[in-house]
Design a binder for this molecule. Structure first.
Ligand SMILES: O=C(O)[C@@H](CO)OP(=O)(O)O
Ligand SMILES: [Mg+2]
Length: 429
């Protein structure tokens, strides 16, 4: 019996995220001196079926965004239940968290409380074993660096502009290593800045929540053209080296009462929106499109897949919310070929791993993802390597909470040395 893995101490405190909103950090220590810290992220365009984040009701403090209740849940309920448990028994730990909560959506203790605790335990176990987290989670096979999807033009709920589509991403696929791919992305980001400033003036280079620019545009095509311009200006090839992906986050511009989508200053029916996406996919050979329809409309996702003959990856995020019940429904209806994986959408590491397992077993592409409200926590970089990506979505290559993940991936690449393989080299999309 290795006593050193036993959880000796669990505590929590309120810290700040990248929007200046309070969030919860959990600290776990083992008998052997291993330490794990994890900070819960927060979404702005949240799916209706996500696990629920617990916030304080006192609106005088932090405009009602405080997490003292979540912090107290760790101190009063979770910490006493986890003390004395082996930190490597992640499933037992997560089962205890789920039992303490007792609801289907973590609304009692809070998904923020749950995920910060669950991840902190894994990190404490890895630290006790003195191996990097990606190795602890992924074992000997973990050596593939993910392809980043970098959101460099922000719209929707993440920016103060008129763009309906939330994220315009560049995806540097055709490179030999993660660091080469990231370098290309930075060069494109800088070219985009020059282009936007010249075309729209200095205000156009203000950034949105994920570090991408938030120019005063209304038309989706205008933003895509800007990306293409920047990719070319940086000297890269749009077909083979750098592709374009969108996160429509369509629930955000779906008007329920009218059953229409408000995009490009027009109101489109779902059939018209489908035609619109098909045109864009064709014209710009988009690599993927995330949440192209609102979160209840599995059928339209399936129609897009059928009609594009899988030339584009149709990705679920608000649709599938890192939840195997929702993913099974999406699989049954043939709705997606890719899914976003956000650990805080479900609340524990084990449930996140089960979701990834199910997706991979059905050849559904997994994209490990940050939230728009982030912190210096870099757990998702390790998770992405542990499960061999193949993709990670973690914002623009600027702003500390985003570069925290990119820099950790650079460290992992460096640590792995000649063993590191870039996912873009081995997977064909
Ligand atoms: O929709 C998304 O994919 C995410 C992250 O980019 O946004 P949010 O965290 O606001 O839900
Ligand atoms: Mg999304």
């Amino acid at each position: 019996m290795d006593n050193e893995y036993i959880i000796k101490y669990v505590d929590a405190l309120q810290v700040l995220d990248s929007r200046g909103d309070p969030t919860i950090e959990v600290i776990v220590k083992t008998v052997g001196g291993g330490i794990g810290r994890a900070i819960a992220p927060a979404g702005a365009s949240r799916g209706k079926y996500e696990a629920v984040e617990l916030r304080d009701s006192d609106v005088r403090k932090f405009k009602g965004k405080g997490v003292t209740k979540a912090v107290n849940n760790v101190k009063n309920y979770v910490a006493p239940a986890l003390q004395g448990i082996d930190s490597r028994r992640q499933r037992d730990v997560d089962r205890i968290i789920i039992q303490i909560d007792g609801t289907p959506n973590k609304s009692q203790i809070g998904a923020n409380t749950a995920i910060a605790t669950s991840l902190a335990v894994a990190k404490a176990a890895a630290d006790t074993a003195k191996i990097p987290l990606f190795n602890y989670l992924g074992g000997a096979r973990a050596h593939i660096l993910p392809i980043p999807m970098l959101n460099i033009i922000n719209g929707g709920a993440h920016a103060g502009n008129e763009l309906a589509v939330q994220e315009f991403m560049i995806v540097p696929i055709g490179f030999d290593s993660f660091s080469e791919a990231l370098r290309a992305a930075v060069e494109i980001y800088k070219e985009l800045k020059t282009y936007l400033k010249a075309k729209y003036g200095a205000l156009a280079i203000n950034v949105g929540d994920e570090g991408g620019f938030a120019p005063p545009m209304t038309m989706v095509r205008e933003a895509i053209e800007a990306l293409i311009n920047a990719i070319k200006a940086a000297g890269y090839d749009v077909e083979n080296q750098v592709r374009i992906s969108l996160d429509a986050a369509a629930s955000q511009f779906f008007i329920d009462e009218k059953n229409v989508y408000k995009i490009d200053g027009k109101e489109l029916s779902k059939e018209e929106l489908l035609e619109y996406w098909k045109q864009l996919i064709e014209e710009y050979s988009l690599l993927s499109i995330e949440d192209p329809f609102h979160e209840e409309d599995f059928e339209s996702y399936a129609a897009l897949r059928r009609e594009t003959k899988d030339r584009v990856i149709v990705v679920g995020d608000d649709l599938t919310v890192t939840n195997i019940v929702r993913l099974n429904e999406a699989i049954g209806k043939g709705a997606v070929t890719g899914v976003i994986v956000k650990p805080n959408q479900v609340g524990t590491l084990s449930e996140t791993m089960d979701f990834i397992e199910l997706a991979k077993s059905r050849s559904i592409i997994t994209i490990i993802s940050h939230r728009s409200g982030e912190s210096e926590d870099n757990t998702i970089a390790h998770l992405a390597v542990a499960v061999s990506g193949p993709f990670i979505k973690t914002g623009a290559p600027a702003r500390g909470e985003r570069t925290a993940k990119y820099n950790e991936l650079l460290r992992i690449e460096n640590y792995l040395g000649s063993e590191a393989i870039y996912a873009g080299k081995i997977y064909r999309f």
